[in-house]
Design a protein around this ligand. Structure first.
Ligand SMILES: [Zn+2]
Length: 77
C-alpha cells in the first residue's frame, strides 16, 4: 500500500491575558495576524505570543482520505 503525504505547519499561541492556548496555521503568525482569544476576547499579536510550532504530516490513503496525522521534524523559527 502506497501512501501520499501532505503537510501543514501549525503554531501554538498563548493568550497574554488569560493563558488560553490556541493552535493556528503558521502562515497566520508569519504575516503577523492578530488573534482574538475565544475565552477572554483579548486581541493579541500571534508573532509575540508564539510558544512553539510543529509540522504536521498527514498520511493520505488510496481513497484520498486523511488516514492519520503525525509530527514531522521541523526547524524552530
Ligand atoms: Zn484569553
Amino acid at each position: 500500500m502506497k501512501h501520499k503525504f501532505s503537510f501543514l505547519e501549525v503554531v501554538f499561541l498563548k493568550c497574554p491575558k488569560c493563558g488560553n492556548v490556541i493552535v493556528e496555521p503558521s502562515w497566520l503568525s508569519d504575516i503577523d495576524q492578530d488573534f482574538q482569544c475565544a475565552d477572554c476576547g483579548e486581541f493579541f499579536s500571534a508573532k509575540n505570543n508564539e510558544l512553539d510550532r510543529k509540522m504536521l504530516k498527514f498520511a493520505i490513503d488510496e481513497d484520498e482520505r486523511i488516514e492519520n496525522v503525525s509530527f514531522e521534524d521541523s526547524k524552530k523559527v
